[in-house]
Design a protein around this ligand. Structure first.
Ligand SMILES: NC(=O)c1ccc[n+]([C@@H]2O[C@H](COP(=O)([O-])OP(=O)(O)OC[C@H]3O[C@@H](n4cnc5c(N)ncnc54)[C@H](OP(=O)(O)O)[C@@H]3O)[C@@H](O)[C@H]2O)c1
Length: 275
């Protein structure tokens, strides 16, 4: 099923085909957006090669794209630091009808407006890397005057996972700290869990499988159960049993909770610094 019907003459420009740009392009291709309608600029030939083979139009520099090209969507997927220094180079590829969608952490609509003076319509979306497998969480922010573009953005990003809107741009800092950066926290937890399984004496391969399958299975259970996470935890915690003994160590003095909160606050603070 096509999640988003883009007309034959519509073109999507993606600037930056790194981790996030790639996650989004791969999601679009999987969901049936025509490769020929996607134009990708990335300075790394190695990034471009894989997409070229799939029929995506690839360019290693903005100078290779003719001024006469007109794009309906401009997806900005460069690092915030690069955007602040270089994004003006891409201004000429934007016309009054182009919807500029930025996935950059921290960079505000007003900053983008000042850097990309041709952009009349700017929407921010904070995705995360599970979008690569259709399991992303994506959060959009659009100023009121951009309401004509919200369906377009939902159509593009619904196909990559669950899509939400926030009405305050300030919330994008917290969104970035939770769902944007969140997969890295989960991957770190997974790493610690695997190392713990090895430390208990299990062979490496089995340690990895048990830890990861437990994480995956528990996540699916969270998704499918009518119980909340507290009830689910209580359901597997028999009085004086093994789980209770483990949880007492994990939850002692709320240290884990406090460290996770510090982690989220630090990510939010960094997003604010980048803005
Ligand atoms: N990664 C995530 O999990 C995640 C989650 C949410 C949002 N985001 C946002 O997504 C954006 C991209 O992040 P990322 O992790 O995908 O970064 P990335 O992997 O570094 O991808 C950016 C790509 O753009 C290329 N590039 C840099 N300058 C260029 C230029 N002037 N012209 C053409 N290509 C250029 C980079 O090449 P080089 O490698 O040579 O620099 C790289 O291939 C960031 O703003 C980030 O905040 C990322």
């Amino acid at each position: 099923m096509k999640a988003f019907e883009i007309s034959a003459e519509s073109k999507i420009l993606v600037v930056g085909g790194g981790r996030m740009g790639a996650a989004i392009i791969n999601g679009w291709l999987t969901k049936g957006i025509a490769a020929e309608s996607i134009y990708l600029i990335d300075q790394n030939q190695s990034v471009l090669d894989g997409y070229q083979a799939q029929g995506v139009n690839t360019f290693s520099s903005v100078d290779q794209i003719s001024v006469s090209e007109s794009f309906s969507v401009f997806l900005l997927a460069l690092k915030p630091q690069v955007i602040l220094k270089r994004v003006g180079d891409f201004n000429r590829l934007i016309n009054k009808d182009t919807c500029l969608i930025s996935v950059a952490a921290g960079v505000t609509v007003n900053t983008l407006r000042s850097l990309m003076t041709n952009a009349k319509h700017i929407i921010r979306v904070m995705p995360n890397t599970p979008a690569m497998v259709g399991k992303g969480v994506l959060v959009g922010y659009a100023q009121e005057q951009e309401s004509a573009f919200t369906n377009l953005v939902e159509g593009l990003f619904n196909s990559l996972g669950k899509f939400y809107w926030v009405t305050s741009e300030e919330h994008m800092h917290s969104v970035t700290a939770i769902s944007g950066s969140g997969p890295a926290y989960v991957f770190y937890f997974a790493q610690c869990f695997i190392e713990s399984a090895k430390a208990l004496g299990l062979p490496d391969a089995l340690a990895k499988d048990l830890a990861l399958e437990t994480l995956i299975g528990s996540s699916v259970l969270i998704d499918q159960s009518i119980d909340d996470v507290i009830k689910l935890r209580e359901n597997v915690t028999s009085p004086n049993g093994t789980t209770q003994a483990g949880l007492e160590a994990l939850m002692a003095d709320d240290i884990f909770m406090e460290q996770l909160l510090d982690c989220c606050k630090a990510a939010k603070e960094r997003s604010i610094q980048l803005s």
